[in-house]
Write a protein that binds this ligand. Sequence first.
Ligand code: ATP
Ligand code: MG
Length: 421
Amino acid sequence: MRQTHLFTKTRREAPADEVAKNAQLLIRAGYIHKEMAGVYAYLPLGLRVVEKIKQIVREEMNAIFGQELIMTALQRKELWERTDRWSDEIVDVWFKSELKAGGEVGFGWSHEEPIGEMMKAHIASYKDLPVSVYQFQTKLRNELRAKSGIMRGREFVMKDMYSFAADEATHLSYYESTKTAYMNVFTRLGVGEDTFITFAAGGAFTKFSHEFQTVCEAGEDIIYLNREKGIAINEEVLSDETLTSLGVKREELEAVKTAEVGNIFNFGQQKATDLGLAIKNEQGEDVPVWMGSYGIGVTRLMGVMVEKFSDEKGMVWPKSVAPYVLHLVGLNLEDAAVRDWADGLYQNLRARGVSVLYDDRDLRPGEKFADSDLMGLPYRVIASRKAREEGKFEVVTRAGGQVRHLTEDELYADFDASPLT
Ligand code: ATP
Ligand code: MG
């Protein structure tokens, strides 16, 4: 991508009403656009990050036999009334509207009810199970406070998965496999070491649900952590009873600020009972299905990554999700010979499948470097008159600022060794 073709502009200042670092940086770098508090549009660079995160999540969900689908944003009132989750007293984040033809609809803030209902048309017997389905949906939630940038949107992308099993053993082993799949996702995003599986409230079948909490100063949660014992507990369930059941003392736990990046629920047979989702077992009896639900906050994760991977100059994207991996910064482009040569280099890199953003704008070097630092691509290669004359490029690693001088061939050899696609 040539920057002269990219319509988005960088800016020195974020909007005055934007207090979250993640949104400030993303707005300044032209990754996102703020529509209103908690509501952000994803511009080309931001969308590429979202899609890369989604692809990692998708690969890990497919690896545990998840089948991707997409449900609807508009939801039927009757379905949610059946499980007693339509009322605003019980679910405080509903957006609702009225149909012109009469009747109310809700905007999907979660999808257990419609997915469970849809499944009735497809599963009738234990022979049809196990099944796991997932989607990437723009969830709509009427959040009271939206001050954490894209970490708390009123409109945000979630991956939500739902599992259906005929028996307890299959169900439990699937639930466990999602923990591994989730940790794989977080590791691939570079936050694995800072992400802890915590005991949290909201278990229906078991006492606890499990949350995935990533250490982050800008997070809205606090967990109590014992790294040695590998125990992490959410504030909401921290009680003498919990401590005893987990075999840990209060003074052995350290309080840490975190962001909830994922949450998994084991419903046992309760949810299917509420939804009226039953199958015939091997004896031909009608039994409720064993269900679980599994969420990952895709856009919240992006925000967490900006919070964690940034410095005073801007963002510092890891290769796994950077919108482009290499920032080719052209200098002295007013010189036609340098420009032709730099254009050629850009074409060569593209031909080799390198994911490259080419700053081909006529701007002062200082402005280009400031923009490049702000945008935070993993590697910067400087194509200047000097580089052309010396046959060596300055290659700067955004994380850590390592500087190397490589010939064009060395550059390609380097990329071949660790592909920058
Ligand atoms: P929170 O406690 O932060 O409000 P939640 O427990 O209500 O979140 P879940 O229903 O468990 O959220 O949703 C699954 C995941 O979706 C969460 O773990 C989180 O990563 C993400 N998520 C939830 N609400 C938001 C939001 N308003 N903006 C962005 N991501 C969100
Ligand atoms: Mg949750």
